[in-house]
Write a protein that binds this ligand. Structure first.
Ligand code: MSP
Length: 539
């Protein structure tokens, strides 16, 4: 993409019935890395996250806890959901709550317009409803068990809990009328739904035929009122999906320019909710005459014991359990590097710990400390000028240039793991380069051999400049460690702030000025003292 283009990226808005686990943090981190990447590339970036606070699930949780749903939501937002953003270091531009006035106004305006334009009618719905999913279920989505507490009952496949039979007067959105337009959209824009596995599933689903969607409830009142019939509240998903436009000013004439500037968005969601985003949501937008999203990416699940991690199944791990031991940078790196974005991934403390040690502490952290220590020792802390480059240095320069182009292309495709892998070629090449060039051997001869002294300068300039590129490229993934490295390289004086470095130009060689003053670097990734078994006991 060209620098300056709009890049609007969203996370799902999270239900406030419970506290976050690492599956939620995973979505946040993925969207944040993409946002930081684009922001640093000079794109007109906006990262939105927030909370989904209406509906029966939240109401029931609040009632069970003896408070009003609004009190419950306020408490969870302040004590759990906003703190999650600090825990995993999210630099969001906005936070929307579906109880915000701006949201309620926009939703009301939207549904009224659809009603006025004939897209909504009144009917009766009877069907199976899963409160966990907040969704009517088809028989295919259900299983029946023969044993246990729920013997003979129909259970939701996702929640493994019984569904309820509901029959009520509802307002319906004529979604069936958009089947062909949706199929045309998937066909004409193959990257609209990603990855391919999710795209295929969505196409199959829509080809089977779309039904109209029930979009109101009258059996409870925790939601936004249907403007022409206050005895109904708007279905929670219809309400929630609209957050992506109400947050950037839809429905507020004073914010029209902001809306046109941001929308459409790239939506990062879990694959379990891809259908809402790739079928219902574009149909709603088509009905309103608004542009459909730019892309919907359905990422995989974090699995524990082969199943989707979830609080209701008691397999949820709190993000702090990991960040308190390994830090937020390692959290961000690990989940985006170890799991191909779009696939499921099994989480294990052993794997996290092994990658922390091998890739972060030994691979990247050690490289940085060694180079800074050698510049300190052999050049009294002043980055030397390079002399004549040999093939070895030219190879490093090519690696850096290629890594930047590959990483940017991968981030553009939302292949975050490939982006990080491309950047990591620099870590590996630089480590190999130092082993081959043996600057510590050159240093022994440098005092009375000016050729060795010049060579030593060339090698350490190359390594320092390589670290400069790594700091810039890894800043979206590991903002804290790279800021520390930037300080240690003394890069601020000559180049300015790390996050102001244009990421697509990170491969242009020779940016770190010779003479920059390095300062000693304690390990970027300190040794973890606790044995892993003690850590895993915490789960
Ligand atoms: N409120 C709806 C989203 C509305 S968006 C308009 C919702 N909320 S949720 O809190 O249940 O889930 C939010 C996200 O967390 C979903 O994208 C879901 O896929 C993700 N995850 C929940 N458990 C997960 C894992 N175990 N692994 C990865 N992501 C998981 O759905």
């Amino acid at each position: 993409m060209a620098s300056g283009d709009s890049f609007y990226v969203t996370t799902p808005i999270f239900y406030v019935n419970d506290v976050p686990h690492i599956g939620h943090a995973y979505t946040e981190v993925a969207a944040d890395v993409l946002a930081r990447w684009h922001r640093q590339a000079g794109d007109d970036t906006w990262l939105l996250t927030g909370t989904d606070e209406h509906g029966e699930k939240i109401l029931r949780t609040a009632v069970a806890n003896g408070v009003t749903p609004k009190q419950w939501a306020d408490q969870l937002v302040e004590s759990a959901w906003k703190p999650l953003l600090q825990t995993v270091d999210i630099a969001n531009d906005d936070y929307i709550r579906t109880t915000d006035e701006r949201h309620e106004k926009g939703v009301t305006a939207f549904i009224q317009q659809l009603h006025d334009d004939g897209h909504i009618y009144e009917g009766v719905y009877e069907g199976y409803y899963c409160v966990g999913c907040e969704e009517y279920k088809q028989l295919d989505d259900l299983v029946e068990t023969e044993a246990g507490d729920y013997a003979g009952r129909k259970l939701c496949k996702i929640h493994a809990l019984p569904v309820e039979i509901l029959k009520e007067k509802n307002y319906f959105f004529r979604m069936s009328g958009f089947q062909q337009q949706l199929l045309d959209l998937y066909e004409s824009r193959p990257d609209f739904v990603q990855p391919e596995s999710v795209r295929n599933e969505i196409i199959q689903f829509v080809k089977q035929g779309l039904e109209d969607l029930s979009i109101s409830r009258s059996s409870f009142d925790w939601g936004i009122q249907v403007p022409w019939d206050p005895s109904h509240v708007i279905y929670v998903w219809f309400d929630a999906l609209l957050n992506y436009v109400t947050a950037v000013g839809y429905g507020d004439p004073a914010q029209r320019a902001e809306f046109l500037r941001r929308w459409p968005a790239t939506h990062i969601v879990g694959k379990d909710i891809a259908r809402f985003h790739a079928v219902i949501w574009p149909a709603m937008l088509m009905a309103a005459g608004l542009p459909v999203p730019k892309r919907v990416f359905g990422h995989g699940w974090l699995l524990v014991g082969g199943e989707k991690m979830s609080k209701s199944k008691l397999t949820g791990i709190a993000p702090q359990q990991i960040t308190e031991v390994f830090g937020s940078d390692a959290f961000r790196y690990y989940f985006l590097r170890a799991i191909s974005f779009g696939q499921d991934g099994s989480f294990s403390w052993e794997d996290l710990s092994a990658r922390y040690q091998a890739e972060l502490a030994n691979g990247f952290g050690n490289l940085a400390s060694r180079v800074v220590a050698m510049v300190t020792r052999y050049f009294t802390g002043s980055v030397p000028a390079a002399g004549e480059y040999t093939d070895a240095e030219l190879a490093i320069q090519r690696t850096v240039a290629t890594a930047v182009a590959d990483a940017d292309a991968a981030m553009e495709r939302l292949a975050i793991h490939e982006g990080i892998a491309a950047i990591w070629t620099i870590v590996d090449e630089l480590n190999g380069y130092l082993t081959e060039q043996e600057p510590w051997v050159l240093a022994r001869g440098a005092a009375d051999d000016s050729a060795a002294a010049e060579r030593l300068g060339t090698v350490l300039y190359t390594a320092s400049e390589g670290l400069r590129a790594l700091a810039v490229l890894l800043s979206p993934v590991m903002p804290k460690a790279t800021a520390t490295l930037w300080d240690a390289l003394g890069a601020q004086a000559g180049l300015g702030a790390l996050t102001a470095q244009p990421i697509r130009a990170a491969g242009e060689w020779g940016q770190l000025p010779a003479g920059s003053t390095v300062t000693p670097l304690a390990g970027l990734f300190p040794r973890i003292e606790e044995p892993v078994s003690a850590v895993s006991g915490a789960a």
